[in-house]
Design a protein around this ligand. Sequence first.
Ligand code: ATP
Length: 234
Amino acid sequence: MLKLTNVHSGYDGTEVLRGVSIEVKKGEVVTIVGANGAGKTTTLRSLCGIVKPSQGSIEFEGQRIDGKRPDEIVDAGITLIPEGRQLFPFISVRDNLLMGAYKKGARAGYKQRLEQVLDLFPRVRERLDQNAGSLSGGEQQMVAIARGLMADPKLLMFDEPSLGLSPLLVSQVFGIIDKILDLGTTVLIVEQNIVHTLRIAHRGYVLENGEIALSGTGQELLDNPHVKRAYLGL
Ligand code: ATP
């Protein structure tokens, strides 16, 4: 479904990604894990068209998407749930969700989609008329995921969904992933919380200094001596 081949990318002449190659197959949960500054967010920005790769290619469903505008990439079926949620705090949860259905293909069926999404998040349904900024951190993360699903994406990308959440809420957020797969949506998660993510991912990549250092199934990476030493302190 998604294929990055030898992607080089960065900011104002500073190269952050140095030859990144990643594949995501339809129906998979794939994760990119790495320390602060490894280039995880830059990878997602390159996928969304916010940052343009200087070399390499990004293909989505067989079409090149590097060089396309962010709105064209959303229309193609890729949605990002950004780090820090980025909700509109002074409008209602309902209006935040409707903003998610703004892309061309999602506008027509938004009412039905809203019901389908709210079935996944009963807590969000209870708070539809409340301003998004008045919700707790965990509830806001659920709204951000629900808003992403309103675009009816083929690929949903998460940037650090566990950031700032208690362990219980992190489990709840990761518990939603199976339901998202049931909707037919493929998932790419970028995380520092590597234990939780590698447990639920089919496959993962370890990004270090802008390069893929390791890849494998979630369990293979959890058992890897370098991952244990460098990321788990074991
Ligand atoms: P974190 O887990 O801390 O969010 P990350 O793996 O997502 O880290 P990136 O945000 O991709 O890392 O940052 C990788 C490098 O790119 C860092 O050295 C960072 O300082 C640099 N960088 C990020 N954004 C910009 C920018 N807008 N302009 C210049 N450099 C940037």
